[in-house]
Ligand binder design. Structure first.
Ligand code: HPA
Length: 274
């Protein structure tokens, strides 16, 4: 028997609506080391991934694996503390399953965050970067396969994957709160290895400013479904440095944690503005 993806999505949605019967406005995905942001939300309901029908279970250290429902800046939101990565062995369709569920729960705007390696030499560890565009050629497109017509078109437009008005608002927020914010292109790779020196150089030569192992598949399905997307990266390591180039997951988590207050300000204000 083939599994109907829409049926699975609907079953999950109806389960979650029983848990939290409010119309949602925004979805938030918290990247590696950024889970503390959940404390900014006035939490009304939490559901562990393991308790949600059809949800994959997150395996990476630093991801707590729960869906958080509550109010942020006066808006009803759902946040993923822990996301699903392709490198964990999930199919691209499993990676994006929660985003599709969020759409049917009513969200119209999606806020994505991640830890990423900097390849733009003017960046430094701890910087935050608004993602203005991305390159997804190194990771499988989650829309490959039979198109789910109910969700969106066969050939979605990707001319504005990250919404310009939200980018503009983020610039203003950073300015008002007197912190520096970078902007640039996110190049998605599968991981789980960090890149070799040659790969970091190549990614920079291809027009990338940062490189990471998430976000882009989620952004693609969100665009497919007409969800407005804003995304940002925390630069947790510099891939282009000339000195010894050892990068560890611990260093990535630590750098993300330190930058988290800036992410909190941005997401709070942006959610308030939608
Ligand atoms: N490369 C890929 N993904 C990452 C990195 C990196 O350097 N840092 C955090 N996520």
């Amino acid at each position: 028997m083939t599994i109907d993806p829409m049926q699975q999505i609907r079953e999950t949605v109806s389960f979650l609506k029983q848990q939290y019967p409010h119309q949602l406005e925004a979805g938030i995905v918290l990247g590696s080391g950024l889970g503390n942001f959940a404390n900014a939300i006035s939490i009304e309901k939490e559901v562990a991934y393991g308790d949600i029908p059809h949800f994959p279970v997150s395996t990476v250290q630093g991801h707590t694996g729960r869906l958080i429902f509550g109010t942020l800046s006066g808006k009803k939101v759902v946040a993923m503390a822990g996301r699903f990565h392709f490198y964990e062995g999930y199919t691209p369709q499993e990676v994006v399953f929660p985003i599709r569920v969020m759409k049917l729960l009513g969200i119209h705007t999606l806020f994505l965050s991640n830890a990423a390696g900097g390849v733009n030499p003017s960046f430094k560890v701890g910087d935050i970067m608004i993602i203005t565009d991305h390159v997804s050629f190194f990771t499988p497109n989650p829309l490959i396969g039979k198109n789910i017509e109910e969700l969106g078109p066969r050939f979605p437009d990707m001319s504005e994957p990250y919404k310009k008005d939200l980018i503009q608002k983020a610039r203003q927020v950073a300015q008002q709160h007197s912190f520096d914010i970078k902007e640039g292109v996110y190049v998605a790779v599968t991981g789980p290895t960090f890149e070799t020196r040659a790969e970091y150089k190549l990614i920079h030569a291809l027009g990338g400013d940062v490189v990471g192992m998430s976000t882009v598949q989620e952004c693609i399905v969100a665009n497919h479904m007409g969800i407005r997307v804003f995304a940002m990266s925390v630069i947790t390591d510099m891939g282009i440095r000339e000195e010894e180039n050892v990068i560890t997951h611990e260093e990535v988590l630590q750098a993300a944690k330190e930058a988290e207050p800036k992410l909190a300000i941005l997401f709070k204000e942006l959610v308030g503005s939608i």
